[in-house]
Design a protein around this ligand. Sequence first.
Ligand code: FES
Length: 351
Amino acid sequence: MSDDKNLPVVKDDGEHHGAVEVAEPIPDPGLEPHEPRITDIDPKAADRVERQVSAMFGLATLLVLGACVAYFAIGRDSILQFGPLSGNANNMVMGLCIGLALFLIGAGAIQWAKKLMVDEEISEDRHAAHSSPEQIAEITEAFKQGTAESGFGRRKMIRNSLIGALGVLGLPAIIFLRDLGPLPGRSLYNTIWAKGIRVVNDVTDRPIKPSDLIVGQLVNAAPANLAPLQEENPTEYQNAKAKAAVIVVRIKPSEIRTKPGRENWGIDGILCYSKICTHVGCPISLYEQTTHHVLCPCHQSTFDLSDSAKVVFGPAARPLPQLPLALDSEGYLVAQSGFTEPVGPSFWERG
Ligand code: FES
């Protein structure tokens, strides 16, 4: 027989020409009858589980001691070989011992809790999540009393020294920032570009003549004095290259809007800009020749190369620095001078 007291009640609301289901509260199902565990009724089973748990904890102890022994006993340079895989024996044995020990402690604790600890099911009714005004008043009073009893307000020497101790806790985090390397200082103000340095193709290291570029073309370039550094001082080479990389583009002269003072910075529509994005320094060169826009792939800053590389979109705060160009006696592109402003990210402007 079905118990129809739990079925939904159907009522006619007289307005919607039909029936509306009114849900009755679901009755509290209560707790399932408690089933005792085998370890609750059989003392031998309980003893067996106790021995298992103790064995796991005991084995974990031995494994931790084994890890300590391995630390001293296995040479730091010993290698363990497993087929094509190999690894440092010292690290592997210690790692395995400690990992297994932790696993056994965890497994033992779970076994202990599930099989031997008191198995009592209880239910607790939900109560309002917020505190009553009386509870709030009681807690506030207890807090005030605690503050008074601790003497936090009265014992100024303790209070101030504690504030000092907590305050300096953040100091190591600041000092450790030093590990990020030296401050950039004025390093971005100087590159190895200088008057008369030839502009060379970044891939072939060949100097570039205006006739090498057709309208709409963009090439990645570098200063001619960069390549020799590669042999002489590889670190200095990387630093110099990161700052001196440029893009050289050829645009129809009639489509260029020249900034006052830069009338002689280009050669027949050939312009040269820093390749380093002024946002946070990614290298850029995704060029769209119909719009003369170059896009930074990192955060989509977009610069108009026909308009002094001004920012037309994105987070960059200033145009790409422009390198003034000239021709040397053999007709190759050279720098008129170094950059007239810092290259790279603009953090220094925000100081
Ligand atoms: S680094 Fe170029 S947009 Fe962020």
